[in-house]
Design a protein around this ligand. Structure first.
Ligand code: C5P
Length: 285
């Protein structure tokens, strides 16, 4: 039987605020999310009941239950209430453990593909529930575009889209542990918070500069010294290269900048290579 191919876009956090800890152990978040053109490709085909496998072009990514794509496929059949199986082949381009929602976006693509293969058997609400079972960012990755994400990240309000904007995405030479950063945010009051209301007003007005100037992520405030220095260095480099604004995405370590045009983005990306492990050019979409 033939399968289905889907594009799985990376997400950027135009803002990220942690409002507090919830009784379920997760955190109450308030984030403005934006999808972009940096994307994985996800091919899904049906397999024998109980047979789940996710193969990628990265040897260090697990292929079984530890892979969020497999988690999503299992959540799909659990929601459907019948046994099923899926084989997935994922061409990864989005860096892993970057705060760019690569795994979450693959999971969202798997859910959409399985629903297509099963004749749309799950409705939107059931798909959203299966998405949240796979991970907090999966519901946004299913929706895409520009959205306010609250609660665990699943309470979504679509927002007026950012006009197509050039983005430079930089991967520093360090990784962040998501649970560790959440733990540090708990331990101290954030000194600096994003101006979410101002950001929403700027989006409403289609004011890219107003959006870019308000981008902020509270995790930037709790990085260890070395990581904070690297993030600062990249942000300054992007801003010196003409970025309208720059911030870390999600729980890092990716740092991105919004640019007024493709030319300045390209030049800044070239310069950023000197201090980054990887650099990507993309557009908001
Ligand atoms: O839901 P997901 O598996 O993506 O979350 C990964 C980790 O991030 C969780 O185990 C938790 O430590 C943290 N998290 C959180 N609050 C959220 C989302 C994620 O504490 N709203």
């Amino acid at each position: 039987m033939s399968g289905v191919t889907r594009r799985a876009r990376a997400k950027l956090n135009l803002s990220l605020d942690v409002l507090g800890k919830r009784p379920d152990g997760f955190h109450e978040l308030c984030m403005v999310m934006q999808s972009c053109s940096l994307a994985d490709e996800v091919y899904v085909e049906s397999a024998a009941p109980g047979d789940f496998l996710a193969q990628t072009n990265r040897s260090y990514i697990p292929t079984g239950d530890k892979n969020v794509a497999v988690k999503a496929a299992r959540a799909y059949f659990a929601a459907l209430g019948r046994e099923g199986g899926a084989h997935m082949r994922i061409t990864k381009r989005i860096p892993v453990c970057a705060g760019l929602g690569g795994g979450s976006s693959d999971a969202a693509a798997v859910l959409a593909a399985l629903n297509e293969l099963n004749g749309g058997a799950l409705d939107e609400a059931a798909l959203r529930e299966a998405a949240l079972a796979a991970g907090s960012d999966v519901p946004f990755c299913m929706l895409g575009g520009t959205a306010l994400a609250e609660g665990r990240g699943e309470a979504l309000t679509p927002l007026p889209g950012l006009p197509e904007t050039d983005v430079v995405i930089c991967m520093p030479y360090f990784n962040c542990s998501t649970p560790e950063l959440f733990g540090r945010v708990d331990a101290r009051k954030s000194r600096c918070r994003p101006d979410t209301a101002g950001l929403l007003a700027a989006l409403e007005a289609g004011d890219v500069l107003g959006v870019a100037r308000r981008m902020y992520n509270v995790f930037e405030d709790v990085l260890d010294r070395r990581a904070a220095k690297a993030v600062q260095e990249i942000k300054l480099l992007l801003l010196a290269g003409g970025a309208l604004g720059a911030a870390m995405s999600g729980s890092g370590s990716a740092v991105f900048g919004l640019f007024p045009d493709a030319e300045s983005a390209r030049a800044a990306a070239e310069n950023a290579k000197a201090v980054c492990r990887e650099v990507f050019l993309a557009k908001t979409e």
